[in-house]
Design a protein around this ligand. Sequence first.
Ligand code: G16
Length: 542
Amino acid sequence: MPVITTVATTSFEGQKPGTSGLRKKVRVFQQPHYLENFVQAIFDSIGDGTGKTIVVGGDGRFFNRTAIQVILKMAAANGYARALVGRGGILSTPAASCVIRKYQTFGGIILSASHNPGGPDEDFGIKYNIPAGGPAPEAVTEAIFARTQDIREYRIAEVGDVDLDQLGEQNLAGMMVQVFDPVADYAELMASLFDFAAIRALFAGGFRMKFDAMHAVTGPYATAILETALGAPAGTVMNGVPLEDFGHGHPDPNLVHAHDLVEALFGADAPDFGAASDGDGDRNMILGRDFYVTPSDSLAVLAANATLCPGYAQGLAGIARSMPTSAAADRVAAGLGIPCYETPTGWKFFGTLLDAGKATLCGEESFGTGSDHVREKDGLWAVLMWLNVLAARRQPVAEIVRDHWAKYGRNVYSRHDYEGIDTAAANGLMAHLRGLELKGQQLGGYGVAFNDDFAYTDPVDGSVSTKQGIRIVFDDGSRIVFRLSGTGTEGATLRVYIEQFQPDPALHHLDPQVALADLIKIARDVAEIEARTGRTEPTVIT
Ligand code: G16
């Protein structure tokens, strides 16, 4: 007989979910009871799981398998009837969302620290997604956090481990564990949205691409879809085998960390198209030959071309973007005569808009793009949508983007990150900005229209979120946004977002760092970045 044990425990400080779940160093999660407390807090907060089904999987990083065994044993002890687990413990974040929705489960637990590095000395994370498939809204994460503070016990089944590599059903202390192919349902969904025949024809005609899976979760998905289903030559997928430490890499698809891909696309004999995804497969970076597409522009271009894809042929109900994302998508929405919503940073804020049918496409400057097909951002989906557009338009990526700017104007945009700064200094800097009253003042020749701390009222459920980023908006519509990252695990990361609209096509070719130089200086000065953080330069510029 399996033994269900109730284990006495005491609460840990700081189990507060951030922008996307609880992210900490692996060593923090390895403390006795640390993971168990948080998992029990999830189970206690989401309602009675008796007889229900839960999805479990992760991005394959170090501690993924260990955590999955614990979660399964705790799910069994908490009365769940069934758990769906990706083979090898692998499940990308968008695929988890797909499976949660398709099989109408009681949500899912996803193990990932996204784009943060993995390994014994690196990061781990855990988040709960609701039955609609999306990240838990703030009311749920707050309930989970509150529970972690008064937790006294957790329940776990004292049984042997599940064989995570064996497809099929296994009984675990009375709960049925079904180990399934993590790619199949997701691949089927993609084939229903995009013109696979046209993309196959594109590859058959000699079109060349590189997809950098960064040794993270998308390797198996990209290989199955791009190479097997769509006929891209073997080797199109680079770094396609998921590794527990991502091959010592930092699985963040940006110009700094996806260096193998950047070298290929900006080097001699570059392929036509390049893309990368992150640790858990929800982010994407899009490159053309010798050309980088900002995530903000990518959202706008995809929105403007969406009807070329079968899944979006009926048109879009609306577009949603996070506040720090550029307003390029707003111009497309205006052109299409559809609404554009501005939400706080975090995919969870798109959920209500998608559920209510108010938005079809969503995007964030942080390399996130997605649609109402799931309730997470989706890296490979964005790549396939680009491929569908390329197959239909038969133009180079750079030309498509330049045509777009010529039609709508260019929202010149850049993000400067100051990573790993002292937390007290970062909080002090934000408090300083919050205290400024700049309206009507001149900063470096720019008149300030207003400054505020962004607050959002969800138009569907009325929930209010405050302190979502400092905005300084100038008379010409240019703006600077400051916020602290909610996904880091060490010190604080200051993000500075700089944007200026450029209607003149003769100036569209300018390097954003040059075009935005005045605003960048204003940002550094007004926030007193050097004096407060000791940093003279950002660590990452995208
Ligand atoms: C998470 C959220 C995203 C959000 C990003 C921003 O991404 O899911 O919606 O835009 O964090 O992070 P930060 O607070 O660091 O700016 P991911 O890919 O890390 O899950």
